[in-house]
Design a protein. Structure first.
Ligand code: FAD
Length: 438
């Protein structure tokens, strides 16, 4: 099946249809100018890459998960590093990052498929050098960084020699309304002096630098008040207060979320990323593709727990000679999960394709739709998989409970469900203003 996009001036009309229906529509609307096709066929190149990644995840990463769940990160870090080296030798490192910096340079739809394959294990993205928040920071450094910034921060970041974090959300201000920032960066001589309290700066523990969002001009219109500034974490005044305990787990290193106090943190003005006052514009660029990466990672998680659920259902004998798989309620969960995963997956691939074709700004509706839709599907599928496993599902003997704890946050970060729903509904309703529907 081919998904057709028709464009009438600037308005995109989406139709899931066959070619004859398209011809009919063109006859009805002769001013429809351009037609392009979304093809769901996966290229031979991508089939090979996905096949290699799938095998690597199954053979090298999934067997490490029990240690990952039960031992301190330090104990397994050398093994994780060995796996990262292996990935580099296989030339599968940094699939979504620019070739000139050592990545594979895959486009967004291609990387969506990679992200799905890697999402099956919590170690996947980190071992392949395409983990958040570094992935988003790499994107904006590549788009907005100066030559010096690219040399100093972007290159070693893509190479996996250093890590970074993104420091925007504040303890006392609503992250859902980011224009309400309290952190300031005040000019003093050739420097900015940053003061503020941030939290949920994921992976700050052990990072070399943070990209900090701070108000540089209180008088400017709300969306032009803030800027992004690169702050090396060894700068005096950069104080990592604690790794926050999240769902009973404090985490460490890459797998952590920090609270950070910026106390008279002095940074050269040359560390400004992009133009002053363009913090929100840059943040928007960061979030579009980032949501595709997350959503396809979540589809990978759905696939993994779905496999575990089905496998448990056919093995677990629940009465003499009868397995869980013979029970209609379990069959219903399996059928519903399969349908939900499939529809969520197609929606994400479509949104990725839209971003490739028309850019993130014109694909905002599609991006918001997938963000809350896929997060919700994932939560339901994980919950069903846990339920099918009974008491075993609650233990850390399977990966399900890890996903249950850690992925609840999907409905909160990168825009809470409610924010995306409101934004989508407003966009849709606008299309009906002044229009009579019979
Ligand atoms: C695991 C995790 C990792 C994160 N990583 C990072 C990171 O690396 N860097 C970073 O800067 N931040 C990060 N965050 C923070 C995240 O971006 C914020 O938590 C998010 O933006 C929500 O902001 P808030 O927590 O202040 O909630 P609030 O803004 O206080 O919102 C609370 C709740 O109110 C509801 N709500 C909000 N607005 C509306 C509305 N208009 N109408 C109706 N209901 C509404 C929603 O249900 C929302 O969950 C992370 C968060 C988590 C949980």
């Amino acid at each position: 099946m081919t998904l057709h996009i028709l464009r009438e001036k600037t308005t995109a009309i989406l139709l899931l249809t066959d070619k004859s229906a398209i011809r009919l529509r063109l006859m009805k609307y002769p001013n429809i100018k351009k037609e392009s096709h979304m093809n769901f066929e996966v290229s031979d190149k991508m089939k090979t890459i996905i096949g290699m990644i799938g095998e690597f995840v199954d053979k090298e990463l999934i067997p490490m998960e029990q240690d990952f769940l039960s031992k301190p990160l330090k104990a397994i870090s050398p093994e994780i590093e060995r796996k990262r080296e292996l990935v580099k030798h296989m030339e599968l490192w940094a699939p979504n990052h620019p070739k000139e910096y050592g990545g594979m340079g895959l486009d967004l739809v291609e990387h969506a498929l990679v992200s799905e394959a890697l999402g099956r294990s919590p170690l996947g993205h980190f071992v392949f050098g395409c983990q958040a928040p570094d992935a988003g920071n790499i994107e904006i450094l590549n788009m907005f960084g100066t030559k010096e910034q690219k040399q100093k921060y972007l290159r070693p970041l893509v190479e996996g020699k250093i890590r970074s974090c993104f420091s925007m959300t504040e303890v006392d201000m609503p992250g859902s309304n980011p224009v309400m920032l309290e952190t300031t960066a005040v000019k003093d001589g050739k420097d900015y002096v940053i003061n503020g309290q941030k939290w949920y700066s994921s992976s700050a523990d052990g990072a070399d630098f943070a990209i900090v969002m701070a108000v540089t001009n209180h008088e400017a219109p709300p969306y032009l008040r803030a800027s992004m500034i690169i702050v090396p974490t060894n700068t005096p005044g950069f104080n990592l207060v604690r790794n926050i305990s999240v769902m009973g787990h404090t985490g460490e290193g890459y797998f952590s979320h920090a609270e950070i106090l910026y106390q008279s943190c002095r940074i050269p003005q040359t560390n400004l990323l992009g133009p002053e006052g363009h913090g929100f514009v840059i943040a928007q660029e960061r979030l579009g593709p980032g949501r595709i990466h997350h959503c396809m990672r979540w589809i990978g998680i759905c696939n993994r727990v779905f496999d575990l659920m089905c496998s448990r259902a056919v093995q677990r004998e629940i009465s003499a000679g009868k397995t869980l798989a013979t029970k209609q309620i379990i069959q219903s969960w399996i059928a519903e999960s399969a349908a939900e995963i499939q529809s969520a997956r197609l929606m994400v691939l479509h949104a990725a394709w839209m971003i490739e074709k028309v850019g993130a700004a014109l694909a905002r509706k599609e991006i918001s739709l997938i963000k809350f839709m896929v997060a919700g599907v994932m939560q339901k599928v994980i919950d069903r998989a846990l339920q099918v496993h009974g008491g075993l599902g609650m233990t850390d003997d399977t990966i399900i409970s890890f996903f249950f704890r850690h992925e609840r946050a999907a409905r909160i970060y990168d825009g809470a469900d409610e924010v995306h729903k409101i934004s989508v509904a407003k966009r849709i309703l606008k299309e009906y203003e002044g229009k009579k529907v019979k």
